[in-house]
Design a protein around this ligand. Sequence first.
Ligand code: ADP
Length: 230
Amino acid sequence: MTHVIELQGVAKRYGGTGAPALGPIGLTVAEGEALAVTGPSGSGKSTLLNLIAGLDKPTEGSVTVAGRRIDQLSEHALARFRREQIGMVFQFFNLLDDLSVADNIQLPAQLTGTARKKAAVRAGELMELLGISKHARAYPGRLSGGERQRVAVARALINRPALLLADEPTGALDTASGQDVRELLLDLHRGGQTIVLVTHDLALAQSCAGRTIHLVDGHLAADTLAQAVR
Ligand code: ADP
């Protein structure tokens, strides 16, 4: 089985000599798996996500993502690795308000040097898939929260990343839009996308992840497989 994520003996301290904010923990995530990370505030969820995304480095242990050991890469190599292998979705969308929907989605492809035409075709396919084609020329400020999150998901997928990371993707949405994004993540999972999802929303965790880990004080308190992946 191919692992998209492999953490071995990973710990993170933010200074001082007290208990680490995270770990030491070991964790593997298989290709095609959708993993939800839950836990109370301060339990280490963001720390874990940042280590997997290569946005921060562990104090101990090794982090391997998409077959690449990333904890020892230079900042430059990490930035490139992130652009090519990792798509990220955030609670507050992080779209650029002065670019159109289509241009927001294509931006990461341009940053990796994909030809403009090819990026436009891929963006068109994604907008079709996510039901936002009619907003291609609109600016994000004109869209609802749920539509903006769809744009953010399309942007995250434009470079066909090995891994989609979502940090509280429904946290800023009303119930109906949250349900919409939940369905979307489930569809992506069914299509084989590997996903790691940080959420307080247990319904989200249970409905679109086949596996949930629960963190308490930086430790893995539970690692549960769903009864059946829908
Ligand atoms: P969660 O995402 O579950 O709320 P975090 O990973 O943000 O948890 O935080 C885990 C612990 O690490 C907390 O005690 C938090 O205060 C601490 N922490 C997080 N980021 C930093 C930082 N940049 N500097 C110092 N301490 C931090």
